[in-house]
Design a protein around this ligand. Structure first.
Ligand SMILES: Cc1cc2nc3c(=O)[nH]c(=O)nc-3n(C[C@H](O)[C@H](O)[C@H](O)COP(=O)(O)O)c2cc1C
Length: 429
């Protein structure tokens, strides 16, 4: 009998889940709607707190961005040497975290879990204080689990050690090497609070990559996963290990479970679902993509390489840094490498600045102009039907879950797809 992903289950403490984790996709691409549907199916899905004030304004009628913009209006200056010190209001940040998580958790049904992805690299002009508020806000609001990502998080556990839910909530970490996990384990040993799971993100993932720009392609997800599994065994803690990055079919996923992974984390397959936050125009672009259009570059001011389509609107722009309103990547000194790159470009070409080496990530994440994707994005077209008008049919989260659970080889099963109502493309898209 052929082995299927549905033959496996993920156990985290007292809970049992389908072995599918939908990775966090900021900003608001892994929406509450997407996470709720995944939890209803019995899996785990992440919402994300990236640009959380903007997410709150969009869904819950707050005015956090407008308030920030008004507050920092005096800082807006043509002085090219200026650095913005646009601090975040910690109370507002806390409120935004609570609004997103409480509203999502109240609507939760099913046996699955709703976790949140929290990136350390969103330093928000005050790395420690803002991270603490973000973590505690979502814990107060009742999130099932937190996945720490985009950073080593060597101090993050200590920030929440005094929280009443510290030992009860599920806590996981994303690493791209055994070394990163070793460091984390060493730094947090005194807390006597082991991780509940580890996600191993390999070189083919979407979003930021935990590898160097000139050698990411030399690494192999299965190999790193194996190393991490072996290391967790030496700890004697039986921590579930969950690989991510390029796991595109049920067959790919099953092979990971056969070699000892506890589940898989996947994202790109869900970017083109009905429940995804990407506008329809971007979803159709993903469906039409070709392998040669997928690039890994250094335009993100976080310093990490990032994968995206080569015609992402965020590449080669002349936008003035928008830190008064957004400013999520500002470091503790109020700096961001995009500000530097922009200022230099303005000096060189005052009339027509075009910044090629960095992007204003906050602005372009907010406008869905950073078309980050996993390497396998070009295969999305094989997962669906092309409609008479040439566009591709979105699937639902339930359909993608079904395909991962029951697909037994490299092929997706188009016969499983029930046609459903697909909203027409509008000019807003
Ligand atoms: C559109 C998109 C946005 C993402 N955003 C984030 C993010 O905000 N934080 C993060 O830790 N990972 C992010 N990722 C990475 C995913 O959570 C996931 O680990 C990875 O993409 C899995 O590989 P796959 O897309 O090939 O399935 C993103 C991925 C995609 C495709």
């Amino acid at each position: 009998m052929t082995d299927h992903l549905d033959n496996y289950r993920l156990t985290l403490g007292e809970n049992t889940y389908l072995p599918i984790m939908v990775g966090g996709m900021g900003m608001d691409i892994s929406t509450s709607k997407l996470a709720l549907e995944a939890a209803r199916q019995g899996g785990i899905a992440h919402i994300s707190d990236a640009l959380i004030s903007a997410v709150s304004d969009k869904h819950y009628g707050t005015n956090f961005l407008k308030t920030r913009q008004q507050k920092y209006q005096p800082y807006i200056s043509q002085n090219l040497a200026n650095r913005f010190h646009a601090q975040f209001d910690l109370d507002e940040l806390y409120q935004a975290s609570r609004l997103l998580v409480e509203n999502t958790m109240h609507a939760k049904t099913g046996t699955g879990g709703i976790f949140i992805n929290i990136m350390e690299k969103l330093t928000m002009a005050n790395p420690r204080a803002t991270l603490e508020v973000r973590l505690k806000g979502v814990m107060d609001a009742g999130i099932d689990g937190i996945t720490l990502s985009a950073g080593l998080h060597l101090g993050s556990m200590a920030l929440i050690a005094d929280h009443p839910r510290f030992r009860q909530i599920k806590l996981g970490l994303i690493v791209s090497s055994k070394r990163a996990l070793e460091l984390f384990v060493k730094k947090t040993a005194r807390l006597n609070r082991p991780l509940d799971y580890v996600v191993v993100e390999g070189p083919l993932a979407g979003g930021h990559l935990g590898f160097k720009i000139d050698d990411w392609f030399k690494f192999d997800l299965a190999e790193i996963t194996k190393e991490v599994i072996d290391y967790t065994k030496t700890l004697g803690l039986n921590i579930p290990v969950i690989p991510a990055g390029g796991i595109f079919t049920g067959g790919d996923a099953t092979r990971m479970l056969q070699m000892g992974a506890a589940a898989v984390q996947v994202a790109t397959r869900f970017t083109t679902t009905l429940e995804s936050g990407f506008p329809m125009k971007v979803q159709q672009r993903f469906f039409r993509s070709k392998e040669e259009e997928v690039v890994v570059n250094l335009v993100s001011p976080t310093g990490y390489p990032m994968r995206m389509l080569n015609d992402s609107p965020c590449i080669g722009t002349s936008i003035r840094p928008n830190c008064e309103t957004l400013g999520f990547i500002l470091d503790g000194n109020g700096d961001c490498s995009y500000i530097d790159a922009y200022n230099q470009e303005v000096l060189r070409h005052p009339d027509n600045p075009k910044v090629m080496d960095k992007t204003c990530l906050c602005t372009y994440m907010k406008s869905y102009g950073t078309w980050t994707c996993g390497h396998m994005v070009y295969r999305l077209k094989d997962t669906t039907n092309q409609l008479p008008d040439g566009s591709f049919q979105q699937l639902t989260v339930a359909q993608v879950f079904h395909d991962y659970l029951h697909g037994d080889d490299q092929h997706i099963k188009p016969a499983l797809m029930e046609p459903h109502h697909q909203p027409a493309l509008t000019t807003e898209d």
